[in-house]
Design a protein around this ligand. Structure first.
Ligand code: 5GP
Length: 192
C-alpha cells in the first residue's frame, strides 16, 4: 500500500530493539484519513470471505478494527489484556507475550461474543514475533468460530511471526512488509 509506505517513511521513527514508533499516525494520535484507506484496503481483500465479525486486541487494534468494520458492516470484538470485574461471563483466554514489554499475560474474550457460526477477520497493527496473533487465532479456534482471514497493517518481515502464522494455514494479508529497518532507512518488501 503506497500511501502507507509514504507515511511510514515520513513519520515513523525506528527505536532500539527493533521498535517502530508510529504514535503520530497509528497508535496514539490517529490519522483518520489514512485509517479509512487502510479499512478500504482490508475490505477489498476480504470482502468475498463472508466475514461476520472482526476480532482485534486492545488498545492499538481497536481504531483500525472499528474503521474497517464500517466497510464490512459487522461488529468488532476486542480481546482484553486485563481481567476486570466487568468480565462476568464464561471466558476464552490465551497467553500473549508483549513485544514491547516482554511480559506474558492472558488476553480474554467473553464466550458470548464469539462462537460457532461466526466467520472472523482478525486485525492488528503489527506482526513481529506472532505472539499476539497466535493468541487471537487460538481464541477463535477455541470459540468454535472459523477464521476467515488476518489483516495486518505493518508486518516485520525480518521477524519470525509471518512464517509462524502462515504455517498455521491462515490467510494472512499485510498492507506493508518491512524487510529491514535502521535509524536511517526503512526498506519494504515489494510483494506482500
Ligand atoms: P508480536 O506479538 O507479533 O510479537 O507483536 C505484535 C504486537 O506487539 C502488536 O499488537 C503491537 O501492538 C506490538 N508491536 C510489535 N512490534 C511493534 C513495533 O515495532 N511498534 C509498536 N508500536 N508496536 C509493536
Amino acid at each position: 500500500m503506497e500511501l502507507l509506505k509514504q507515511v511510514i517513511r515520513q513519520k515513523a521513527v525506528v527505536r532500539p530493539g527493533d521498535v517502530l514508533k508510529v504514535d503520530s499516525f497509528l497508535n496514539h494520535q490517529l490519522d483518520i484519513g489514512l485509517l479509512n484507506e487502510i479499512g478500504k484496503e482490508f475490505y477489498c481483500r476480504f470482502r468475498n470471505k463472508g466475514i461476520t465479525k472482526i476480532l482485534t486486541i486492545e488498545a492499538s487494534g481497536i481504531a483500525i478494527a472499528a474503521i474497517t468494520a464500517q466497510y464490512f458492516g459487522v461488529p468488532v470484538v476486542f480481546a482484553k489484556k486485563n481481567h476486570t470485574k466487568n468480565l462476568d461471563g464464561e471466558l476464552l483466554c490465551a497467553p500473549v507475550t508483549s513485544f514491547t514489554h516482554g511480559r506474558t499475560y492472558d488476553v480474554t474474550v467473553e464466550k458470548k461474543f464469539l462462537g460457532p457460526g461466526e466467520n472472523v477477520l482478525i486485525l492488528d497493527d503489527f506482526l513481529a514475533k506472532g505472539s499476539a496473533l497466535t493468541g487471537l487465532c487460538d481464541i477463535v479456534e477455541h470459540s468454535g468460530a472459523s477464521l476467515g482471514g488476518i489483516g495486518i497493517v505493518i508486518e516485520k518481515g525480518f521477524d519470525v511471526g509471518g512464517d509462524l502464522i502462515r504455517a498455521r494455514g491462515a490467510d494472512l494479508y499485510s498492507l506493508v512488509r518491512i524487510r529491514s529497518m535502521t535509524e536511517n532507512a526503512i526498506v519494504f518488501d515489494d510483494e506482500v
